[in-house]
Write a protein that binds this ligand. Structure first.
Ligand code: AMP
Length: 403
């Protein structure tokens, strides 16, 4: 785990603290429909308030056009929800870039940071303005850590002190435990539609895992590479050679990529198409492979049962269609029953976890779609890098003060 400045390292009494949270929550008719992300931040807010600080909150919501106010993307419903949870008035500040009048122990939330020109382009002037609002900047939003934007990156450069919030640290710890320092055997499951979107992940994981289970459209490309008939299945013709190379690489590095022995096929990509389970050797030219079969599930279950660490991203089949969801359900159940340390992330994976009702049985569900995938790819996340830089500067300053 990298060195980061934490809230507990700082004296926040009387200070103004700018906290970047992730309040990108679903809203319908002006009301927050899922407040999980808001509730998750309450311990951070309480800790900072108890330390005697004033809090300025910043977050984005959706993808509005920069420079234009649009009520549909206003954080007003979030301000209301925060006021209810904290039992204090949390005003929404519309014009905040040039300074905010605050009283002691107050909490305010700035209007959607993406209404500002310069947020998504990491504009220096905007980042400096944010830094001037506070004495301490805290980034607590893992889900946006893969983006270098003014509120996630630039501000950390210019604030006097930049620290990592507890939610961000918790997420980094969970991901590092599974990927940087895993207890073996480590089994990774990478499913989903396309090899091309997860190629770097597959390459990175190959060097680390004991078993690499590929599923979804991805496995079709691997089956094609292994010489199987895959009919009309979704696959990527120009990546067949790459899949071949990955399989060879896996053999050489003692990693195992199990291919399905049976599959569930349909004739059309349609929710009403009839499903037929067959041996992987019996797929015909008019078949579409849309799930793994029960024999394959049994094999995968054995691998999952032996694992001590499990990393999961992407469904094994077209789980949105009931007749092709069983393979992903079997996998979800096997992970749920396993004692291994398991982490899962990515939009469709979270949807599958919720469909199969196993949220409580996964050790850690990552909040960050894009950030989770980039972490799996082994990439450095810019918002974390800048906090590490800030931590080194802060440590040097502290040491100099002690002398
Ligand atoms: P991704 O966003 O890459 O994780 O892909 C998830 C999507 O892949 C889901 O919507 C699945 O329906 C789809 N998918 C999984 N398996 C298949 C398959 N065999 N054929 C077509 N689509 C698939």
């Amino acid at each position: 785990m990298t060195i980061l400045v934490k809230i507990a390292d700082l004296d926040l009494s009387g200070k103004t603290v700018l906290i970047r949270e992730d309040y990108n929550v679903p809203i319908k008719n002006g009301v927050v429909t899922s407040d999980i992300r808001i509730r998750a931040t309450l311990p951070t807010l309480t800790q900072v308030l108890e330390a005697g600080a004033k809090i300025i909150l910043v977050s984005h919501l959706g993808r509005p056009t920069a420079g234009e106010y649009d009520e549909a993307f206003s954080l007003a419903p979030v301000a209301k929800s925060l006021s209810d949870f904290l039992e204090i008035d949390v005003p929404l500040i519309k014009d905040w870039t040039n300074g905010i009048d605050m009283s002691d122990h107050q909490v305010v939330i700035c209007e959607n940071v993406r209404f500002e020109k310069g947020e998504t382009t990491n504009d220096e002037a905007l980042a400096r303005k944010m830094a001037q609002l506070c004495q301490v900047y805290i980034n607590d939003a893992f889900a946006t850590a893969h983006r270098a934007q003014a509120s996630t990156h630039g501000v950390a450069k210019y604030a006097s002190i930049s620290a990592a919030g507890p939610l961000l640290i918790k997420e980094l710890k969970a991901l590092s435990k599974a990927l940087r320092d895993p207890v073996s055997p480590l089994v990774a499951i990478v499913g989903g539609a396309k090899v091309s979107s997860k190629l770097t992940i597959l390459e990175t994981l190959l060097g680390k895992v004991d078993q690499l289970i590929v599923g979804g459209g991805i496995v079709n490309t691997f089956l094609k590479a292994a010489g199987y008939e895959i009919g009309k299945s979704l696959y990527e013709a120009d990546l067949v050679e790459v899949a071949s190379k990955l399989m060879k690489q896996a053999e050489e590095s003692d990693c195992h990529i199990p291919l399905p022995i049976d599959v569930v096929c349909g004739k059309e990509f349609d929710e009403n198409t009839a499903a037929e389970t067959k041996s992987v050797n019996d797929v015909t030219a008019d078949d579409m492979i849309m799930d793994v079969g029960p024999e394959t599930s049994k094999q995968l279950n054995k691998l999952i049962a032996k694992a001590n660490t499990i990393v999961w991203n992407g469904p094994l089949g077209v789980f949105e269609f009931k007749q092709f969801s069983q393979g992903t359900k079997n996998l979800a159940d096997a992970i749920a029953e396993s004692d291994a340390y398991s982490i899962a992330g990515g939009g469709d994976t979270i949807a599958a976890i919720s469909t199969f009702n196993i949220e409580d049985k996964i050790s850690y569900i990552s909040t960050g779609g894009g950030a989770f995938l980039e972490f799996l790819e082994g990439k450095k996340l810019p918002a974390i890098e800048i906090l590490e830089e800030a931590a080194r500067a802060w440590e040097a300053m502290e040491r100099a003060r002690e002398l």
